[in-house]
Design a protein around this ligand. Sequence first.
Ligand SMILES: Cc1ncc(COP(=O)(O)O)c(C=O)c1O
Length: 342
Amino acid sequence: MSRPRLRLIHGPTPIVRRPALDALTGVELWIKRDDAIAGAEAGNKLRKLEMLLGDAVAQGKRAVVTCGGLQSNHARATAIVCAELGLRAELLLRVPDPEAARQTPPPATGNLLLDRLVGAGIQWVSPDEYRQRVGLLEQAARRLEDDGLPAYIVPEGGSNGLGALGYFEAMREVREQMDLGLTAPGPFDVVAHACGSGGTAAGVLLGAEAFAIAREVRAFAVCDDAPTFERVIGQIVTEARAHLAGEAPSGDHVRLVVDDSAKGPAYAVQSDDQRAFLVEVARRSGLVLDPVYTGKALYGVAQAVSRGAIPRGARVLFIHTGGLPGLLAQADELAPALGRVR
Ligand SMILES: Cc1ncc(COP(=O)(O)O)c(C=O)c1O
């Protein structure tokens, strides 16, 4: 591909087995460790940022504007990579009460700690304002330009056609690993992952088709509902296909299922069962999931097996998309599930 791309990830991420989790989930579980893709900036966003910030640098931009929730992994990854590249990062972060946040900033924990550590600029925005985020990002970019810093806008989650190509390339990486015999022979039955803004799902779907990775992509929504994500993912797939041109797969042999049954009580809030599952996974296997994305998605896999939506014993490639700082920001919420100190 001739499009500009940065090298931000530390080589192909491993695909590992944790046999203790087969019993817990009911499937033959293979885990693609995109949580181990880099250092503090790790997680799925880095694959998208290779494309998006590659474009920003090629265009001579000197600042990057993006947005997300207060504990956004995407905003944190963007802020860290911008510090590495010498770009200014401006983050629009959603908080319940921006005026209160301007008086007393929210505690710098988890992702926010890292945002502040690397010196990102932060604007607090209310949930209502956040609905108009496209306009707010443009305004922020214009302000930076007025200060002499040409700014590049990265949409929420890095989820547009260009960003999605990061996961198209990730599936090429999985194909190479399959060909090297690093997984069981033959395609997977399902690729499963958490879905928050749709870009990962779009890239995985196109790549799963192009490189014959699996028969089904199951994207576990952590917010919104299945019809909303089907529409969003469809739009991103169309944009990504335009970037891929001749490389784009033609058929639609891979089934996309947006599964919104494991969202839990609300975005970033887990049910007691989900919390207990996350603790059980860590204790049985040493695999550390996060409460906002990956914990819900793997819980969703187990639930889908229980209700017959994924056949018991199916071979599943679970993409661990990262999110560790979000776990570290939820110490209070997790405390009851940890039990007594042993
Ligand atoms: C850790 C983690 N996993 C999964 C996702 C979902 O990816 P996407 O936004 O591409 O749907 C995100 C971001 O939203 C994330 O931070």
